[in-house]
Design a protein around this ligand. Structure first.
Ligand code: HEC
Ligand code: HEC
Ligand code: HEC
Ligand code: HEC
Ligand code: HEC
Ligand code: HEC
Ligand code: HEC
Ligand code: HEC
Ligand code: HEC
Ligand code: HEC
Ligand code: HEC
Ligand code: HEC
Ligand code: HEC
Length: 455
């Protein structure tokens, strides 16, 4: 209430008290004002219900009918027969005591049109501010009640607390809101505000407008969401939608309950990409056990493997599982970002190894002879070339190397699955070379300085 109006009102109320004092009555809202003064229109015969509502308008409580209705000489002569003349401009009457609402960016249409009585009774009602109905019902006289018909209704909207967010008259913000963007929600959700402000990474739509995901009134899904993850996320992340539609190897983590939220926080995080945990911990939070896949194969317990095999591959050391795997799915087996042969043998083509060659030089398998490209050489003979670069039955990297971790130097395997047999590698490393006695052939040695002659 503006200061000027307030003083006016105090004066008005005071004067009513004086009037009431003279006649020995009080003027509180609940008072029976019926037999107050000769001047009043409220008598046991006339307008006797007036002023008995729970909330009575100030001037009515004071018996001041004429401030709005005007004095009528006719009324004095023939009480009871009097008919009030129509009040031509109701809003003008209201504004004669109440300060006119300042025009702001938003003016609610009924206020603009002076329809104060669409919401208020000029006399009194059962509801505070002489409103015509309780809570949201005042609004639902004109607005569709469907907005609160969703299965999950927002607390304040459910109890008709529309004016907790909306100004009924004029407002500084669109949709006659009391605040803008996230500020509106943070008026009440102070814990979220604090969490958002404290977090290093805030999801862009969360920093802009909570209603990008939440309906402020009600919705079909929990937390007043229109849809749940993944649909909710894919509505904006079109590239991910495209990816999920086209991948041939899906990651169960996305297919599972909660989908994207298994890894990402919808709002904020202290970890980049809004991840809910440090990247590797995240993967290992699920990959701490074996999984049987739909096609009958087994996905190994990676956490155990990494614990038992202490020489970790570079990117694993850097805790970067996504350097090789796309957690959202892929067209390559094992959700790999780039092709890598799933089999022991494969006809050579450098593209088959794009995964490894996205970080390592492909020349290690292209040049038959070398003095520096690889340490896996016998004299100048590039043994990577020898094994891998074959038009048929080229050995793939997996024939010798572990991808994640190993207890042998250079991530050499202890054994390699060959059909149903775990073929041992028996690798021995020396200062200038090494040897192995795999299931493939008898003991063979290599030496970079002094070429070994294997029989
Ligand atoms: C704040 C202004 C205001 C005051 C004060 C006021 N009225 Fe009214 N009254 C109205 C308005 C506005 C209407 C709606 C009818 C119209 O547009 O003329 C109305 C309508 C009426 C009506 C006809 C419709 C109905 O609601 O029954 C009666 C009777 C009436 N008033 C009696 C009174 C009496 C008696 C008092 C004093 C106790 C009083 N009014 C005080 C503004 C006021
Ligand atoms: C003659 C002066 C006068 C007129 C005209 C008048 N009012 Fe009032 N109004 C008052 C007084 C006095 C109060 C009581 C203030 C209080 O209790 O703080 C009041 C209270 C109210 C309140 C409740 C405010 C509160 O804080 O509890 C509303 C709503 C209201 N009036 C609406 C209207 C409307 C709508 C009209 C026009 C139909 C109108 N008034 C016309 C004097 C007036
Ligand atoms: C769309 C419904 C609606 C219309 C139209 C409306 N009001 Fe209100 N008014 C309300 C509601 C709801 C409240 C209570 C606000 C609250 O709880 O904070 C209110 C409160 C008030 C108050 C007391 C609190 C305050 O904000 O000062 C006054 C005075 C008032 N209205 C006057 C008017 C006048 C004068 C008009 C016409 C110009 C009018 N109202 C039109 C809904 C309306
Ligand atoms: C007398 C009818 C009436 C009542 C009662 C009413 N409104 Fe409105 N309201 C309108 C009209 C007309 C508009 C203009 C936009 C429209 O046509 O939807 C509007 C607009 C709005 C808008 C903005 C919509 C937009 O698209 O910009 C909001 C929000 C709103 N009203 C909230 C409320 C709330 C909250 C209440 C209850 C306190 C309420 N209204 C009561 C008639 C009403
Ligand atoms: C928690 C705050 C909040 C509460 C409580 C709330 N609203 Fe809203 N309302 C909003 C926001 C925010 C928007 C703007 C939504 C948008 O732009 O999508 C809005 C929009 C509206 C609109 C315009 C609808 C449209 O589609 O543009 C109407 C009408 C409305 N609200 C009425 C109500 C009514 C009636 C209530 C009480 C039952 C209510 N609101 C309670 C925040 C709220
Ligand atoms: C007027 C205060 C108020 C405002 C403003 C407000 N909320 Fe709420 N909100 C509540 C209350 C109260 C609850 C119910 C709390 C509960 O059930 O624990 C709630 C519940 C929620 C819930 C469900 C939480 C749960 O654990 O079930 C979500 C989601 C939510 N609000 C989002 C929003 C968004 C988004 C906005 C801004 C558009 C917003 N709120 C603005 C008061 C508010
Ligand atoms: C990108 C979509 C999105 C945006 C934007 C968003 N939320 Fe949420 N919100 C969600 C999802 C999804 C959930 C359910 C989380 C879950 O199940 O773990 C949720 C849950 C909530 C909850 C209840 C559970 C909790 O975390 O406390 C509240 C409260 C909430 N959001 C408030 C907000 C507020 C406030 C904003 C704006 C600052 C906001 N949200 C913006 C998607 C969003
Ligand atoms: C309303 C649109 C919208 C929705 C819904 C949405 N996002 Fe986003 N998201 C964005 C925008 C915009 C960015 C910022 C993109 C940018 O900066 O290039 C973003 C960025 C991200 C990022 C990258 C964060 C970073 O730091 O770059 C992740 C991860 C993400 N969103 C996950 C999700 C998940 C999971 C969901 C579902 C719970 C979701 N998003 C729902 C709009 C959305
Ligand atoms: C298994 C965990 C996991 C799941 C489930 C998951 N993500 Fe991610 N997401 C990540 C990781 C890790 C990154 C960061 C590494 C990267 O760039 O791929 C990421 C990055 C992103 C990015 C930003 C970088 C980019 O690739 O555009 C977006 C956007 C994203 N995720 C959206 C989603 C959406 C949408 C879903 C649900 C359909 C989802 N994520 C499900 C783990 C996951
Ligand atoms: C929420 C649990 C969960 C998280 C987190 C998770 N995964 Fe998975 N992942 C699974 C499940 C379950 C499977 C089993 C596959 C099946 O059933 O088809 C799987 C399968 C895999 C596979 C084998 C895919 C195939 O079909 O051959 C790889 C590789 C994989 N995950 C890597 C990762 C990486 C890397 C991360 C971290 C970015 C990660 N996972 C995070 C649950 C998870
Ligand atoms: C250097 C690339 C690379 C990195 C980094 C990497 N992976 Fe892999 N991952 C692979 C390849 C290649 C395969 C397929 C291995 C095979 O079939 O021999 C695989 C297979 C898997 C499998 C399925 C294993 C099985 O055969 O049962 C899981 C689970 C997995 N990775 C999880 C992870 C996790 C968790 C991390 C991070 C700790 C990670 N990967 C890091 C390349 C990588
Ligand atoms: C994301 C980048 C990346 C990818 C992809 C990658 N590596 Fe590596 N690799 C590294 C890094 C980094 C090192 C550590 C280099 C160092 O310590 O000097 C490394 C080391 C190695 C070593 C051990 C080198 C040594 O001297 O001990 C071998 C063997 C190896 N990688 C094989 C592979 C194979 C096979 C593939 C394909 C399945 C592959 N890498 C894919 C980054 C990668
Ligand atoms: C026949 C077994 C075998 C195959 C197949 C094999 N490697 Fe190796 N690789 C080795 C051995 C043994 C070493 C260790 C050489 C040394 O340090 O003495 C090695 C070393 C490496 C190194 C460390 C740097 C270097 O060259 O000395 C990288 C990187 C590497 N291999 C990548 C690969 C990639 C990528 C593939 C598949 C395209 C592959 N290897 C296939 C046996 C193999």
């Amino acid at each position: 209430m503006r200061k000027k109006t307030f003083i006016l009102l105090i004066l008005f109320t005071l004067s009513s008290f004086i009037v009431a004092g003279i006649s020995g009555k009080s003027t509180s809202a609940q008072t029976d004002v019926s037999k107050k003064t000769e001047d009043t229109c409220i008598t046991s015969k006339c307008h006797d219900k007036m002023g008995k509502e729970k909330f009575v308008h100030g001037p009515v409580a004071a018996g001041e009918c004429t401030v709005c209705h005007g004095k009528s000489p006719k009324h004095k002569k023939k009480p009871g027969k009097y008919k009030f003349g129509k009040i031509k401009d109701v809003a003008k009457a209201c504004y004669s005591c109440h300060e006119k609402f300042k025009p702001k960016k938003f003016i609610h249409v009924p206020v603009e049109e002076g329809e104060c009585m669409a919401c208020h009774s000029p006399h009194g009602s059962s509801y505070k501010f002489q409103l015509l109905a309780k809570g949201g019902d005042v609004c639902f006289n004109c607005h569709d009640e469907d907005i609160v018909a969703g299965e999950f209704v927002h607390g304040p909207a459910a109890v008709g607390g529309c004016v907790a967010c909306h100004e009924p008259h004029t407002a500084d913000y669109e949709k006659n809101l009391k605040a803008e963007g996230t500020g509106l929600c943070f008026m009440c959700h102070v814990d979220k505000a604090e969490a958002v402000h404290k977090s290093e990474f805030v999801h862009k739509p969360v920093s802009e407008d909570c209603t990008g995901c939440h309906n402020p009134h009600s919705a079909a899904k929990q937390f007043m969401l229109e849809s749940q993850s993944p649909e909710l996320c894919l509505k904006c992340h079109k590239d991910k939608e495209e990816q999920l539609r086209t991948v041939t190897v899906k990651h169960a983590a996305i297919e599972m309950d909660r989908s994207c939220l298994n890894c990402h926080d919808a709002h904020m995080s202290n970890i980049a990409m809004n991840l809910s945990m440090e990247p590797m911990d995240l993967c290992l939070s699920c990959h701490d056990r074996e999984y049987k896949t739909a096609d009958g194969t087994t996905v190994m317990d990676m956490k155990k493997w990494l614990a038992e095999n202490t020489d970790h591959h570079g990117p694993v050391k850097q805790k970067d599982c996504s350097g090789c795997h796309d957690p959202h799915g892929s067209v390559n087996f094992r959700i790999l970002r780039n092709p890598y042969p799933p089999t022991f043998y494969m006809a050579f083509s450098p593209e088959n190894y794009n995964l490894c060659f996205s970080c390592h030089e492909k020349t290690i398998v292209l040049n038959p002879e070398t003095t520096k490209l690889t340490n896996f050489r016998n004299g100048n003979i590039n043994l990577h070339f020898t094994h891998v670069n074959k038009p048929i039955k080229g050995r793939t990297c997996r024939a010798c190397h572990e991808t994640h971790a190993s207890n042998f130097p250079n991530h050499i395997r202890e054994a390699v699955p060959f059909g149903s047999w775990d073929l041992p590698v028996n690798y021995q490393k020396t200062e200038t070379g090494g040897s192995c006695t795999p299931g493939c052939h008898k003991l063979k040695k290599y030496d970079r300085i002094k070429k070994e002659i294997n029989g």
